[in-house]
Design a protein around this ligand. Structure first.
Ligand code: GLN
Length: 293
């Protein structure tokens, strides 16, 4: 309990400091107000002595490092590919979505300012490796291959691949993908999954954006699209005449990618993510974009 209070107090202090900077816009201010309110309740249950002890302890902890970073106005650069609703997408001139809000909440907790960099999905890991970006948040599935090149935080949600077809398609399940033209987004787990079908005579068409694959299918260029479930739901809701097949093809976990060996940042982000899970803030962000079935 004490640890939790320390974390909350430190986070609130940092968020409070951040609120004055005005970097995060209206949302950040709201979040700051919420956190402060929650903390007051937690602090009330703590005696003055406890609080003092907490302060001393916190000075040696990771939170202090983050607070110092905040004092310097340190920027946390998030690499993403904003073609993946509801996780990241363009809304007018803004890049919004679950991942953006989660990253913003993490940056706030670390006393940092979030900067979002929109690049090709398959450039995200190289960008982390070269140090140009700090975190890759892009509905990115944890898998063995990627773990060779980057570290992942604890997962923040689960996901699966699904098949989108035209409403009148003769494809009713994964077996029917054999010999067909399958569209995917380049370098994704959908690409990896569909590529197995090449041995069955299927042709894989790789697009830079998932939506381009959907468009190609509507133009009759390909027979099916394999893509993550939530973006699939968005694309199907926005376009006539296409549907998602019931059978989910994979079970996956999304996590935040960080440069291999940067355990300091990994620990900090995991700490912040843990707090967001515990407070219910993470679920609230997800619920804002994904309605329960
Ligand atoms: N979850 C998929 C992957 O990690 C797709 C991510 C994406 O297209 N942004 O490959």
């Amino acid at each position: 309990m004490k640890k939790q209070v320390i974390a909350l107090l430190t986070a609130a202090m940092m968020v409070g400091a951040m609120a004055g900077c005005g970097s995060g816009g209206a949302d950040a201010t709201t979040a700051a107000a919420d956190t402060t309110a929650a903390t007051t309740t937690a602090a009330e249950t703590t005696t003055a002595e406890d609080t003092k002890a907490a302060d001393t302890e916190a000075e040696d902890g990771a939170e202090t490092t983050a607070a110092e970073a905040g004092a310097d106005g340190k920027v946390l650069v998030m690499a993403t590919n904003a073609e993946f609703p509801p996780y990241e997408y363009h809304d007018g001139g803004d890049i919004v979505g679950i991942d953006v809000e989660v990253a913003e909440a993490i940056a706030e907790k670390l006393g940092m300012t979030l900067e979002v960099e929109d690049i090709a999905f398959d450039s995200i890991i190289p960008e982390l490796e070269s140090g140009k970006a700090d975190i890759g948040v892009a509905g990115m599935t944890v898998n063995e291959d990627r773990l060779k090149n980057v570290d992942f935080t604890d997962p923040y949600t689960t996901a699966s691949q699904v098949i989108i077809v035209k409403e009148d398609s003769d494809i009713a399940g994964p077996d029917d993908l054999k010999g067909k033209y399958i569209g995917v987004q380049l370098g994704t787990t959908g690409d990896i999954y569909a590529s197995d079908y090449e041995a069955d005579g299927s042709t894989i068409e790789r697009y830079n954006k998932g939506f381009e694959a959907v468009q190609a299918m509507q133009q009759g260029k390909i027979d099916a699209v394999v893509i993550d479930q939530e973006p699939a739901k968005v694309f199907v809701s926005q376009n006539e005449g296409i549907k998602i097949l019931d059978e989910a093809l994979t079970v996956e976990e999304y996590a935040i990618a960080i440069k291999k060996g940067n355990t300091e940042l990994l620990d900090q982000v995991n700490g912040a993510l843990g707090e967001l899970k515990e407070s219910g803030e993470l679920q609230a962000i997800i619920d804002k974009y994904i309605s329960a079935e």
